[in-house]
Design a binder for this molecule. Structure first.
Ligand SMILES: Nc1ncnc2c1ncn2[C@@H]1O[C@H](COP(=O)(O)OP(=O)(O)OP(=O)(O)O)[C@@H](O)[C@H]1O
Ligand SMILES: [Mg+2]
Length: 254
């Protein structure tokens, strides 16, 4: 049986917006990121990113976006500088500009003093800042970040989040997913999705009123109201159990 990881979703994100995608584990956030960043082709529907179609103009989309994947994607054996240089070559940054771009990126990520250490010696926060700086190296107008602060301590989270919000000043459009409600509160608009479908979209204040009819509600209350309180792994275990039960001809074995 196929899984419709993302289904019948219609969204519009404005230029320069900081847009947050919220949803429980397995909701379809990464699948949506993958379709918008051209690493997965949708089986139906269309999407345009920075004016280009994600299927017919995939190479043009790739030139116009920066991506930080949910899973770390740095080469641990290379230094921070080498990781950036490799990206600069892949994105055809002119050799004349390459050293200054890399230097600027290291300074922006507050990693200038650690530039020549292998990335495997970095903390999680340093790695994430480097990935963000790398995603911006070719100066894309649109940035996709899939749970960029997951797994970081409060200090690392705050540092990275400050950098993300500073991008707004530069007019970069940021599309990010997060499980952190404080971060979601800081977004211009949020979308809450579950089981591949869009449940609510608007500014944090708008979705609070829309869902709870109260302006003093928290986003967490809104999130739980829309997506339920059950743990996703428990749901899956219960479903597997029922499926197994049906396959065994409906005889309860334990
Ligand atoms: N390669 C795959 N093959 C089959 N099913 C997949 C694949 N990738 C994702 N799925 C399924 O698609 C659904 C959406 O998964 P997705 O990874 O997009 O969720 P998510 O919202 O990013 O979750 P998380 O918060 O855990 O990162 C889930 O049911 C998942 O099991
Ligand atoms: Mg994900």
């Amino acid at each position: 049986m196929g899984v419709a990881a993302v289904n019948e979703m219609s969204l519009r994100v404005g230029s320069g917006e900081l847009f947050g995608l919220l949803g429980p584990n397995g909701a379809g956030k990464t699948t949506l990121h993958r379709m918008l960043t051209t690493t997965l082709f949708p089986t139906a529907g269309t999407a345009r990113v920075a004016g280009c179609d994600v299927v017919r103009e995939a190479p043009q989309v790739r030139d116009r976006i920066g991506v930080v994947f949910q899973e770390p994607a740095l080469d641990d054996r290379l230094t921070a500088r080498q990781n950036l240089e490799l990206h600069a070559v892949l994105y055809r940054i002119h050799p004349h500009w390459l050293p200054s771009r890399v230097r600027e990126a290291l300074a922006w990520a507050e990693l200038a003093g650690d530039a020549d250490r292998p990335v495997r010696t970095f903390s999680g926060g340093m790695k994430r800042r480097l990935e963000l700086a790398r995603a911006l190296l070719h100066r894309p107008p649109v940035l996709f970040l899939d749970e960029p602060t997951a797994g970081l301590d409060p200090q690392g989270r705050r540092r990275l989040w400050d950098q993300v919000t500073r991008l707004r000043e530069g007019g970069v459009t940021v599309f990010l997913s997060t499980q952190n409600m404080a971060e979601a509160e800081g977004c211009d608009r949020v979308a809450i999705i579950d089981h591949g479908s869009l449940l609510a979209v608007g500014s944090p204040a708008e979705v609070k009123v829309l869902v709870t009819q109260r302006s003093d509600a928290t986003l967490e209350e809104v999130f739980l109201e829309l997506t339920g309180r059950g743990l996703r792994d428990e749901e899956a275990t219960a479903r597997d159990h029922l499926l197994g039960f049906a396959r065994r001809g409906g005889e309860l074995t334990r």
